[in-house]
Every structure is written in structure tokens, then in C-alpha cells.
Design a protein around this ligand. Structure first.
Ligand SMILES: [Zn+2]
Length: 330
């Protein structure tokens, strides 16, 4: 599979342009997530007024072709999202445009808005010490000093500068230090580049449901302290466990495990995880043909299966089953 790289942070041999898989039709739906800064502070370790709220938006739609400081590209300070030329780029949050460069062209190696970056770009300053950078743009719709809101169109995707295919090079800075844009947005309910919200795709399971997804629910309920026999049969006992779990979480105790309950029910599973949550993840991977032994020991074989699944789904293949991977699994 071809990947798109930009060589603004290091020199690499040219890569092919994005494959057709990256040229999805443009969906103008903007995914917004509003988050109280109390929760935001827990993620990024910054202080902010309790009354304030910051909204973040997906900056574009497409296929992730290079991650932040990935093992194969350790000096890469952003995440690359590929799509066709002109694909809308939106401000990731409200703020003020503090930098614009528009005079670049494909193959231009001159330094851009920031050291080491090339091509047309936009730099936006947000509240709380955040800045976002959008690189390799084809066109720019904003000017320095302009106020923008989350989800406002600011540019069109391109391949200006030292880049080998149309993509957005997206960076998030906190107090002048870059952070991983994918996980940053993930913590705010946004899947970078994807139309699928983090909580999307959850199945609704209830009394009478059967199958491996029910088994996943049963293992997760047990892991949460509501011991349930993992027999794949959503009967009265599972309904009772689900109601107790929901009640403890302050949810409507209807015993139906759907989009509201799933995000509360799942737990992160990664290398070294064990017990019923690991059994749940192994069962989920087996729904997709992993063929794992459901032993509750999430070791190397399980991690490899998780990475393979994530890669096939277009997710970040880190082997860690968090909410986004869970939603895809079940
Ligand atoms: Zn990049």
C-alpha cells in the first residue's frame, strides 16, 4: 500500500501518491466534540478556568498515512491525513490565525511557517496555550489576525513543499511543544480523518440477543465487578447484571447494552492485560477471525492480532484496544 510522506522533518526516499483508498468522497459533516476543560486538563495536564469549554473538530477527512513520531518516522511531528487535492481543511478549534504562507509550490524546499516545515501552511493559536499547524496546503482561505471557529473551513488540501502526495500534515502544540494529534483528538471523542465518531457503531444488545458480542458484554460486566456467566446468551441474569452496572454508572437501568452503555463498559486492553477484560478483547478479535485462545492473557499473539485488526480497519495499529478499537471490534 502506498503511503504519503512529507519530508519536511527529515529526508526520505520518495513514496507513491496516495492510493484510491485515500480518495474518499468529501463528506462535509463536521465532527465536533465539546469537552469541559476539567476533563481536558486531565488529558493534557494544563490548568484552565472551570467555566470554560473548548470545542475541537476534525481538521479534515481522509486516510492516515503517517503517524506522530512513528517508529519508522521518529522525527515526524504531526499526523498525515491523505485525500484528494482541495479536500476541505477545517480549523480544529476556535482561535486566531497567527501565521499564513501561500507562495509555495510542490517540490518547494524553502522553509515554511515553522522551522523544518515546508509548503503552504496555516498556524492557529487557541485558548489554553494550544496551537495547531496545517501543512502542504493547496489553497488558503484565511489571513493573519482573523478569528476562526472550530469547524470553519480554512484551506484546501494539497502537496506543496517537500511532499509526495496530497495530504494534510497536522500538528498540535501545547506551550510550544508538539503532542500526538491523533491521541489528542481521540481524547476528545474525535477520530482524526474519520467520519466515524468515537462512540459510533456500537451494537444494541438486550435480553434475547445471542452470540460472541453477548459473550464480550458478559466478560466486560464480570470485569467491572458484576459477575456474569460468559455463555453468549443474553438472558435474565445478564440483564440483571447490566442493570446493576448501569445503575452504578448513573445510566438509565434498562438492561439494554447500546451506544450509551458500551463506552462506559469497555476497558483499555493492551500488552500485559489479563483477566476478563482481556478475555473480552480476545473474544472480540475472534469475531474478526483472529482465532485466539480466550485465556485472559493478552500477550504477544493477542497484541499482534490487535494490530492486524487495527491496520485492516484503518486505525492506528498500536495494539492497544481503546474505545475506538472497541467500537470497531463489536
Ligand atoms: Zn507530515
Amino acid at each position: 500500500m502506498g503511503i504519503t510522506i512529507d519530508m519536511s522533518e527529515e529526508l526520505l526516499s520518495p513514496d507513491p501518491a496516495p492510493t484510491s483508498a485515500g480518495r474518499r468522497g468529501l463528506n462535509r459533516r463536521v465532527l465536533l466534540a465539546t469537552l469541559g476543560l476539567g476533563a481536558g486538563a486531565a488529558v493534557v495536564g494544563t490548568a484552565a478556568p472551570a467555566s470554560a469549554a473548548t470545542t475541537w473538530s476534525n481538521p479534515t477527512l481522509g486516510r492516515i498515512t503517517a503517524g506522530y513520531k512513528s517508529p519508522s518516522y521518529p522525527t515526524h511531528l504531526g499526523t498525515d491525513v491523505a485525500n484528494s487535492q482541495g479536500t476541505a481543511i477545517w480549523a480544529a478549534s476556535s482561535g486566531t490565525v497567527v501565521g499564513v504562507r501561500t507562495n509555495s509550490y510542490p517540490g518547494d524546499t524553502r522553509t515554511g511557517l515553522l522551522p523544518g516545515r515546508t509548503g503552504n501552511g496555516v498556524l492557529i493559536e487557541h485558548a489554553g496555550g494550544y496551537r495547531t499547524y496545517y501543512g502542504h496546503l493547496h489553497s488558503v482561505n484565511v489571513s493573519v489576525g482573523q478569528s476562526v471557529t472550530a469547524g470553519q473551513r480554512i484551506a484546501g488540501m494539497g502537496t506543496t513543499g517537500n511532499s509526495t502526495g496530497n495530504h494534510l500534515h497536522f500538528e498540535v502544540h501545547l506551550n510550544q511543544v508538539t503532542t500526538n494529534p491523533y491521541t489528542f483528538l481521540q481524547g476528545r471523542g474525535i477520530t482524526l480523518g474519520s467520519t466515524a465518531p468515537a462512540a459510533g457503531g456500537w451494537p444494541t444488545l438486550k435480553q434475547g440477543s445471542t452470540g460472541a458480542r453477548v459473550t464480550v458484554v458478559q466478560y466486560l460486566l464480570t470485569s467491572r465487578g458484576y459477575s456474569t456467566v460468559a455463555d453468549g446468551d443474553f438472558g435474565a441474569a445478564t440483564t440483571a447484571s447490566a442493570k446493576r452496572f448501569q445503575s452504578a454508572k448513573g445510566l438509565a437501568a434498562d438492561g439494554i447494552v447500546g451506544p450509551v452503555s458500551w463506552p462506559e463498559l469497555v476497558q483499555d486492553v493492551g500488552s500485559g492485560s489479563s483477566g476478563d477484560k482481556a478475555k473480552a478483547a480476545q473474544t472480540g478479535l475472534n469475531i474478526h477471525g483472529a482465532g485466539l485462545l480466550v485465556d485472559g492473557d493478552f500477550g504477544g499473539v493477542s497484541v499482534t492480532a490487535a494490530k492486524r485488526f487495527q491496520s485492516a480497519q484503518g486505525l492506528v495499529a498500536d495494539g492497544l484496544i481503546g474505545p475506538i478499537t472497541w467500537a470497531a471490534l463489536v
